[in-house]
Design a protein around this ligand. Structure first.
Ligand SMILES: *Cc1c(COP(=O)(O)O)cnc(C)c1O
Length: 387
């Protein structure tokens, strides 16, 4: 056995995708920009099949893309490959289009990323595919009771966007296997470092690469990593839809990936320091952070995850939306902006949409804790909350 077969995730972040035939004598494979591949002969042209290491056409990628895709696949034991898409949302929509056909129903977690919900309600419904939303805290048994004749797949997101409920992913996947359903997980919050989804039983695992993997708020990309049963179909769906990723962005994402481990540990460390400080603050109501004991799904998080990231939310006591918005406006070190997972801290006001289960009635603020000194972030929050 080669040493490379038994390495741990931090080592794989460093070695992944850096094949000598792709990088030559450089440390990392360079940016290879092209639309056209020039073949040696007609026979050469005809025998080229697109895929890792095989130049066919720019749409299907160059070494800049293969290196990133291979490195991401190596983080998910049991996965067959990774398709790269131009955004996290495109990764979700391509995966759903690969799995679902007219007449199918998909069960979608009610805490899902907002634009995924819009895609289901606006686009999938027009193709005769129904989305049925389920409570993020539903047990595998409760979820099984929703499975009907036309149910084909379950979309999970754990923890959920904005409200951070942790799902029983292994339990739901075991039920889905038994019932012949395909599971698709949005694993953006945890990444495979904190939650190796395919090994846990997920069929199709999605990352918004724009967030933690990119890590520097300077690119948009998504990745779909899948089991041998699903990978080819998903990759071809992405190509058939005409989705291509820029080689410059693939290269930047590979560069971000090399430091993902150390960055995540710092996001976790500072995120917990800030969350615990907020938890003890008189103006703060509920903390929505899976690593804090009172949060929904904490026991599942403790059982299934290897750590937490720096994205969480909290509610304010005795504050209406206007007062909540004013707190966000007073923050000086936190940027106000969508997305997260970069080196810089962000804050946004959130008012989650729910169609089933419990509504969150208190105004929420979502924080992404970046790589600044946590004490400085706490001081900023203190001044913003103390007016
Ligand atoms: C941001 C995000 C996405 C979408 O990623 P984009 O690259 O911005 O399209 C998907 N899922 C989750 C959980 C996200 O936070």
């Amino acid at each position: 056995m080669s040493v490379a077969d038994s390495t741990r995730p931090d080592t794989r972040l460093v070695t992944g995708g850096r094949r000598k035939e792709w990088r030559g004598r450089l440390v990392s494979p360079p940016v290879e920009r092209t639309s056209t591949i020039l073949f040696d002969s007609v026979a050469d042209m005809r025998q080229r099949k697109p895929g890792l290491g095989s130049y066919a056409y720019g749409l299907q990628g160059t070494a800049s893309h293969w290196a990133l895709a291979e490195a991401l696949t190596e983080l998910e034991p049991g996965a067959a490959g990774t398709a790269l898409l131009p955004s996290g949302l495109a990764a979700i929509t391509a995966a759903m289009l690969a799995v679902l056909s007219a007449g199918d129903e998909v069960l979608v977690v009610d805490s899902v990323y907002g634009p995924t919900r819009i895609f289901c309600d606006k686009i999938l419904s027009g193709f005769g595919i129904a989305a049925r939303y389920y409570d993020p805290l539903a047990t595998p048994e409760a979820l099984e009771s929703l499975v009907g004749e036309s149910t084909r797949a379950i979309l999970l997101e754990s923890p959920g966007s904005l409200t951070f409920e942790v799902q029983d992913v292994p339990g739901i996947c075991a039920m889905a296997r038994r019932r012949g359903l395909t599971t698709i997980l949005d694993n953006t919050w945890a990444t495979p470092l904190l939650f190796p989804a395919i090994a846990v039983g997920v069929d199709i695992s999605i990352l918004a690469v724009s967030k933690h993997v990119g890590g520097h708020s300077d690119l948009l990309m998504g990745a779909v990593t899948a089991t041998p049963e699903w990978f080819e179909r998903i990759q071809h769906t992405a190509w058939d839809l005409g989705h291509a990723v820029s080689p410059d962005d693939a290269w930047l994402a590979s560069r971000g990936l090399r430091t993902l481990g150390v960055r995540l540990r710092q996001h976790e460390h500072s995120g917990l320091a800030v969350a615990k400080w907020l938890d003890a603050h008189a103006a703060v109501g509920t903390m929505l952070h899976p690593a804090l004991p009172d949060c929904p799904g904490h026991a599942l998080w403790q059982r299934d995850f290897r750590g937490s990231s720096g994205l969480f939310a909290f509610s304010l006591l005795n504050a209406d939306r206007k007062a909540r918005d004013a707190v966000v406006d007073r923050l000086q070190l936190f940027g106000i902006g969508y997305s997260w997972g970069g080196f810089e801290s962000l804050a946004i006001p959130v008012d989650p949409v729910r169609t089933v289960g419990k509504q969150n009635s208190q105004p929420l603020i979502r924080l992404h804790i970046g790589l600044e000194d946590a004490d400085d972030l706490i001081a900023d929050l203190e001044q913003a909350l103390s007016v």
